[in-house]
Design a protein around this ligand. Structure first.
Ligand SMILES: [Cu+2]
Length: 69
C-alpha cells in the first residue's frame, strides 16, 4: 500500500536522508521517496507487516512532526 506522509521540520539533505533511512529500515517497507520541497515522504509498504502509525512514530522519534493528508 502506498501512502503519503506529511513531514514537518525537514530543512536539508541530512533530514531527508535521516527520514529516508529510518523508514527504509522498517520491516515491510519496500520503497521510500522523500521530497524536501513538498515536505512529504511517500512510502510503499506491506500493511500486514508494518502500520502507517508505526511509520509515523519512526519519523517523530527523529524529531520531526507528522500531519495527516
Ligand atoms: Cu537537515
Amino acid at each position: 500500500m502506498k501512502k503519503v506522509i506529511n513531514v514537518v521540520g525537514m530543512s536539508c539533505g541530512h533530514c531527508v536522508k535521516a527520514v529516508h533511512d529510518a523508514l527504509s529500515n522498517k520491516v515491510g517497507v519496500s520503497s521510500v521517496e522523500v521530497d524536501l520541497e513538498k515536505n512529504i515522504a511517500e512510502v510503499d509498504f506491506d500493511e500486514t507487516k508494518v502500520t502507517l502509525k508505526e511509520l509515523k512514530n519512526e519519523i517523530e522519534e527523529l524529531g520531526f512532526g507528522v500531519t495527516d493528508k
